[in-house]
Write a protein that binds this ligand. Structure first.
Ligand code: IFM
Length: 428
């Protein structure tokens, strides 16, 4: 493995780790508001205080060095930079990421920056959020600003993280902010997210950013009924991938499908050339025909499963990378891969997490096998560096290489952290 070019990292996102939601001029985001809704978050928590990374980032950086990471994937909180979503800039917000990026570079760790990991400024939601076309243009303004500030120090910019979740969990199932359950809103949001991506790519390039891409979440779909598999594949994978590839949208996975206004140049803008595709992979789905607007039924996952109830299926990552190698022209990065387990800590120096070690070992092997067979895979990031705020699950699900004792904010390495460290020392 060429350590000079292949990135070995860990990933996080702003709202899940930073805390400090009301400090130094940060504006409110849709997740601050959603978390206040009774019943929205399983344990009634929010991204405050999360891992207090805004305050403890130097310690977290020391852990990254200890792990031997060559790259760190993080997201910038849009409402820290532009508290109202556009217009007025908050210099203290930019200064935080300035310090972080400089710290990473000094430590020899490549910064991999995501612009949007779900924390839309609340002011934009109040004007229609992702249902409104205007939000895509506000995103371009934000992208230009961050691009200009970091173009010389950050070699990788991802526009969006998992727009599938923002669109469908946020507007169709209501599990995520802003918590709507409306197929039309979901499709409008999906289109405007993709438009934001396209405009964001133009803005980043205009600002001088070197490598620009997007991060999608993929689910490996299997089943005996070809129509159900195809529909689920369109829903989980192709709905975002096809337009990026210049193929336009696939046939809608919903029946009947709401109409979404697509302006003449939108599809062209969405299909900008990219420098990489970020691939988030966790599990597979086994499907059969179902009923309703989205007529697909999900079969129970086979064992073993993680604490999220997701089947452990490393072969899906191998097959997915092979498929993406065939279907897309881009260098690939596994930008998230990992598992939640009910880790327990009773004061020891190490938290034992044998299941996570097995999960990561098997998935890394699958990814490297796809690479050995020609997939243009250039990096692998564990989700996540730290236990953190797992969205609607609050703090009940732990994905970290480092255990976080939230009351004291102490970080304790899990066995998986030692495992990753050893792999990286050995050149993985
Ligand atoms: O925690 C999330 C992350 O924010 C996006 N991808 C999936 C992870 C685990 O659910």
């Amino acid at each position: 493995m060429d350590r000079e070019t292949f990135l070995f990292g860990a990933a996080t996102s702003a709202y899940q780790i930073e805390g400090a939601t009301q400090e130094d001029g940060r504006g409110p985001s849709i997740w601050d508001a959603f978390a206040r809704r009774p019943g929205a978050i399983r344990d009634g928590s929010s991204g405050e205080p999360a891992c207090q990374h805004y305050r403890l980032w130097r310690e977290d950086l020391a852990w990254m060095r200890w792990l031997g990471l060559t790259a760190y994937r993080f997201s910038v909180a849009w409402p820290r930079i532009l508290p109202e979503g556009k217009g007025r800039i908050n210099p203290k917000g930019l200064a935080f990421y300035d310090r972080l990026v400089d710290g990473l570079l000094e430590a020899g760790i490549t910064p991999f920056l995501t612009l949007y990991h779900w924390d839309l400024p609340l002011a934009l939601e109040e004007r229609g959020g992702w249902r409104s076309r205007e939000t895509a243009f506000a995103f371009a303004e934000y992208a230009a600003l961050v691009g200009k500030a970091f173009k010389d120090r950050v070699p990788f910019f991802a526009t969006l993280n998992e727009p599938w979740c923002s669109a469908f969990l946020g507007h169709l199932t209501g599990e995520h902010a802003p918590g709507l359950r409306n197929p039309e809103a979901a499709l409008r949001a999906a289109h405007h997210l993709l438009l934001a991506h396209g405009l964001g790519v133009e803005a980043l390039r205009g600002a001088g950013a070197k490598r620009v891409g997007i991060v999608l979440n993929f689910t490996w779909v299997e089943g005996e009924d070809a129509e159900a598999v195809d529909r689920a594949d369109r829903y989980h994978n192709r709905f975002f991938l096809d337009p990026l590839l210049g193929r336009g949208y696939p046939e809608s996975p919903f029946t009947p499908s709401p109409q979404v206004p697509i302006y003449p140049r939108d599809l062209e803008r969405i299909a900008q050339p990219l420098d990489f595709l970020g691939v988030n992979y966790y599990t597979r789905a086994r499907v059969a025909p179902g009923e309703g607007v989205y007529p697909v039924r999900y079969l129970p996952p086979e064992k073993p499963t993680t604490a999220m109830g997701w089947e452990v299926y490393p072969e899906g990552l191998y097959l997915l990378l092979k498929r993406l190698a065939r279907e897309t022209p881009w260098p690939l990065y596994v930008t998230e891969n990992g598992a939640a387990y009910p880790d327990l800590w009773a004061g020891e120096e190490v938290v034992e997490d044998p299941e996570r070690v097995a999960y990561l070992e098997a998935h890394l092997e699958a990814a490297l096998r796809a690479r050995a067979e020609g997939a243009p895979l250039q990096g692998y990031f564990v989700w996540s560096l730290l236990d953190n705020f797992e969205w609607a699950h609050g703090y009940t699900k732990r994905f970290g290489l480092l255990y976080v004792d939230f009351p004291t904010q102490r970080r304790i390495p899990k066995r998986s952290a030692f495992w990753y460290r050893e792999r990286l020392r050995g050149g993985a």
